[in-house]
Design a protein around this ligand. Structure first.
Ligand SMILES: Nc1ncnc2c1ncn2[C@@H]1O[C@H](COP(=O)(O)OP(=O)(O)OP(=O)(O)O)[C@@H](O)[C@H]1O
Ligand SMILES: [Mg+2]
Length: 303
């Protein structure tokens, strides 16, 4: 577990030497109908890191995340979680959890039963399961709603149930596919802040998917940009800012500079530049954000 103190400086020092929590090397995917969803990508996520995948619709973010989770088979390449094949994750005593965009709760079961489900499926004894459910509900602030049915809860509260259901297995790796995409901005920001607190307090490694540039900048240590047809990684930006991050960070010039940098990158990833512009900008310009954005300190591709 990364020390909380590491977070304040982004915890990057020494990360290169450690075994990454996630290593996807040359991983690609063509669906059975012939859709070339992802060309070979290389993604490394250090233990304790918060990385966000950003990119236009259809660029393969969910495909990549599902392959990391073992929910989808890759065609080629190597996937390692803490240096071991995903099938050996359980034997290594580590766990991952996946949070989908929709809370996917059982409507007939109360909050407690919904959160307990993965433990039941995993054969955890009842007393231990009950203790862990209480702990997870407390972490997401839903203790008072343990007996409520999902349809009695707001969208934000339902997402909290979904997060509690992920945390109850005590994961070290949390994979989140647009978890707050359907929520209003206020609720989304509140849950973003809560997620950062969980990340810090639980020592999680998080791979997060969003369409929101401001959410990506607010949350992440590093943002990985993807482009479509075929899906691929085109850029990455290190958000070299201390934690805890507050609402005040979101109105600073540095926040705006990161957002502009990512906006330009997303524009290019979405095919916003024609071929002549691309040729003029060149790969180096694309990497360093020379398209006019002020360059926040520490940004740019990692070596
Ligand atoms: N089961 C499937 N069968 C065939 N094609 C698929 C399947 N799932 C996804 N695709 C295609 O693969 C490509 C990548 O899809 P994916 O869902 O990974 O993109 P995404 O980046 O998550 O998009 P979004 O932002 O809209 O969620 C798209 O062209 C999509 O239509
Ligand atoms: Mg998706």
């Amino acid at each position: 577990m990364a020390a909380a103190g590491d977070r304040a400086t982004n915890g990057r020092a020494g990360a290169a030497a450690a075994v990454p929590a996630v290593l996807a090397d040359g991983v690609d995917k063509t669906y059975p109908d012939g859709t070339h969803a992802l060309q070979p990508v290389h993604l490394e996520v250090a233990e304790g890191e918060f990385v966000t995948l950003l990119g236009p619709s259809g660029c393969g973010k969910s495909t990549l995340l599902k392959m990391v989770a073992g929910l989808l088979e890759m065609d080629n390449g190597t996937l390692r979680l803490w240096g071991r094949p995903p099938a050996e994750l359980k034997a290594s005593g580590r766990r991952l959890a996946f949070v989908f965009q929709s809370p996917t709760l059982m409507p007939w079961a109360d909050v407690r039963e919904n959160v307990r489900l993965p433990l039941e499926l995993g054969g955890v004894p009842a007393a231990e399961a009950g203790r862990r459910v209480d702990e997870a509900l407390a972490l997401v602030g839903l203790t008072k709603f343990a007996g409520s049915l999902p349809n009695m809860l707001s969208g934000g509260m339902q997402m909290r149930v979904s997060i509690a259901r992920a945390l109850v297995v005590h994961p070290q790796l949390l994979l989140m596919d647009e978890p707050f995409g359907a929520l209003d901005e206020f609720t989304r920001h509140k849950l973003d802040a809560e997620l950062l607190e969980l990340w810090r307090s639980q020592g999680l490694t998080v791979v997060f998917v969003t369409h929101s540039i401001s959410e990506a900048v607010f949350l992440s240590q590093r943002v990985v940009m993807m482009a479509a047809r075929p899906g691929r990684i085109t850029d990455e930006v290190v958000i070299d800012e201390p934690y805890p991050r507050t609402r005040e960070f979101m109105v600073t010039p540095r926040f705006a500079a990161y957002a502009k940098r990512l906006q330009d990158s997303l524009h290019r990833a979405s095919g916003g530049l024609d071929d002549a512009d691309e040729a003029e900008a060149g790969p180096e310009a694309r990497r360093t954000g020379a398209a006019g954005a002020p360059a926040p300190a520490g940004e740019g591709a990692r070596p």
